[in-house]
Design a protein around this ligand. Structure first.
Ligand SMILES: [Zn+2]
Length: 223
C-alpha cells in the first residue's frame, strides 16, 4: 500500500506544468483540448485533435500551453497571498494541491472568480444570507484541489486539506471560500459533507459553484 507524504520543499516548474495539465485536462474539467468554434472541451487523454462537436475539419487547440502555465506560476509565486502545499508518493512523484492565500472578495474576483457585477452582487447577497458573520474582507480562497489524476480519491486531498485547515485556524482566521464543479458529484459532495454551504452557481459548461465555510478558531488572546 502506498502512503503519500505531506510536504516536500517544492517541485520544479516543468513537473508543475505537466501535473497541472494532467489534473485539469481530465474529468471533471476536461481542459485538455478546446474547439475554437464552439469552446467544447475534450479530455487530454482523448488525444482529440479534431473536434466532434461541429465540423470534423476544425482542429482543436490544446487548452493549456506550457508557456502560459509557466508564466502563470511565475506570477503566482510572487504574490503574497499565494501558497502551495505539496504531497508526494514515497518515490517522489508529486501529487499537488494549490492554495490561494488570504484575500478579500473584490481582489479574488479580479484574480480568480471572474464574476460580472450582477453576478458578484448575487454572490454577496447569498453569502450574507447563508452566513452573515462570514468575513468578506479577510478570508482564505482555495482553488481546485489538484490531485494527480491516477491518485484521485485516496484521501490525498483530505490529508492536505486537514493540514491546511489546522495551519490557518491556528493563525486566527476560519473563513474559507472555494470554487469547484458540480459536473461530477464527488468534489461537490465532499465539500457538502465537510459542511460547506453552496452560495453561487455559475450555470456554465463546467457547472462551477462557489461554497463557503466558517471554521471555529482557537483564540489565545484572552489568556
Ligand atoms: Zn467543434
Amino acid at each position: 500500500m502506498r502512503n503519500a507524504i505531506l510536504g516536500g520543499d517544492s517541485i520544479d516548474m516543468e513537473s508543475k506544468v505537466w501535473l497541472y495539465m494532467d489534473i485539469f485536462g481530465e474529468d471533471p474539467w476536461n481542459e485538455g483540448y478546446i474547439c475554437p468554434e464552439t469552446n467544447m472541451l475534450y479530455p487530454l487523454s482523448s488525444g482529440q485533435e479534431s473536434c466532434t462537436c461541429c465540423n470534423p475539419s476544425v482542429k482543436t487547440n490544446l487548452f493549456y500551453d506550457r508557456e502560459t502555465l509557466q508564466s502563470l506560476f511565475s506570477t503566482l509565486e510572487k504574490k503574497v497571498w499565494y501558497q502551495e502545499q505539496i504531497a508526494m508518493w514515497p518515490d517522489q512523484k508529486p501529487i499537488w494541491f494549490i492554495w490561494w492565500w488570504r484575500s478579500d472578495i473584490y481582489s479574488i474576483n479580479t484574480e480568480k472568480l471572474w464574476l460580472s457585477d450582477p453576478q458578484l452582487s448575487e454572490l454577496l447577497a447569498s453569502i450574507k444570507k447563508k452566513d452573515p458573520s462570514f468575513d468578506l474582507n479577510d478570508f482564505y480562497y482555495f482553488a481546485e484541489i489538484g490531485v494527480e489524476y491516477a491518485s484521485r480519491w485516496a484521501d490525498i486531498a483530505g490529508m492536505l486539506y486537514r493540514a491546511q485547515i489546522e495551519a490557518i485556524t491556528s493563525q486566527g482566521n476560519g473563513n474559507i471560500l472555494v470554487r469547484t464543479t458540480k459536473k461530477t458529484q464527488k468534489p461537490y459532495e465532499w465539500f457538502l459533507r465537510m459542511w460547506y454551504s453552496s452560495v453561487f452557481d455559475y450555470n456554465d459548461q463546467q457547472d462551477r459553484v462557489i461554497l463557503i465555510k466558517k471554521y471555529a478558531v482557537w483564540n489565545n488572546d484572552n489568556e
